[in-house]
Design a protein around this ligand. Structure first.
Ligand code: PEP
Length: 257
């Protein structure tokens, strides 16, 4: 079965409630116009419910930007998986580079979150990717291998098949600097080979691998036309309906839809 591209907005810590609702309404409309692409939005936690209400009866899916691995308890400021489900989430972004590098989340914490997400029926969008100094030191594959190996640790095949991996070179996030389609494809193929090694070829062909890092209408087509790039995780450009709609249209066009 061909992998359906998945393009998801990561709104980060942006929007007011009114802006989130308007953005959700426009994104849901764009999702209805591009049925060849699965379309998602990950708003700030406090607006998930309002965004999920806009997504109802539309093809748009909703995700959280993070979660803790415990289901409840004395963890001030955290949000639990069951809460995300309760608010209407289907996905949750885990291991985003801002969580790894701004908030210091280590691999083992992210791995626990992946398991906790599945325990409540959430599908993780597992972010992996190297820093600029790691790329310059020729350590991209070492870092990506560590992120993937740890994120999939102990996952049975049926769960592994539902993970969405987002390859996000940290040097390309929010910088306007994009990996070239060839650079991205090379790492995506490496990730797929890793999954084939850990599981099998069928599983590796099933898992969707998004690219993330300054995706915009101008580069979306060439990135998504690559054999192993199955969509995008989009930060800045997901905050504008016009730009995000254009990315969706380019993604569909790249797949011949
Ligand atoms: C992201 O936050 O995951 C991201 C890729 O951001 P941007 O598109 O702004 O680089």
């Amino acid at each position: 079965m061909p992998r359906k591209p998945f393009i998801c907005g990561n709104w980060k810590m942006n929007t007011t409630r009114a802006e989130a609702v308007a953005l959700a309404e426009g994104t849901a409309r764009a999702a209805a116009d591009t049925p060849a692409v699965e379309v998602g939005a990950c708003p700030p936690a406090c607006y998930i419910e309002a965004v999920a209400a806009e997504a109802e009866n539309t093809p748009m899916v909703v995700g959280g930007q993070n979660m803790y691995f415990e289901a409840k308890g004395a963890f001030t400021g955290e949000i639990a998986g069951p809460m995300l489900v309760d608010l209407g989430c289907e996905y949750v972004i885990l291991g985003h580079s801002e969580r790894r590098h701004v908030f210091g989340e280590p691999d083992d914490l992210i791995a626990r979150k992946v398991k906790a997400a599945f325990a409540v029926g959430l599908k993780p969008i597992l972010c992996v990717g190297e820093l600029l100094e790691e790329r310059k030191a020729d350590r991209t594959e070492t870092v990506v291998r560590r992120h993937v190996t740890s994120g999939f640790e102990g996952l049975p095949k049926d769960q592994a098949a539902r993970v969405v991996v987002a390859y996000e070179p940290v040097w390309a996030i929010g910088t306007g600097e994009t990996a070239t389609p060839d650079q991205a494809q090379e790492v995506h193929a490496f990730i797929r080979a890793l999954l084939a090694e850990r599981y099998d070829a069928d599983l590796a062909q099933t898992v969707r691998i998004q690219y993330g890092g300054s995706v915009k209408p101008e580069n979306a087509h060439d990135l998504l036309a690559q054999a192993d790039i199955d969509g995008a995780l989009v930060g800045g450009a997901s905050l504008k309906v016009d730009a995000f709609s254009a990315i969706l249209a380019e993604g569909a066009r790249a797949r011949g839809a």
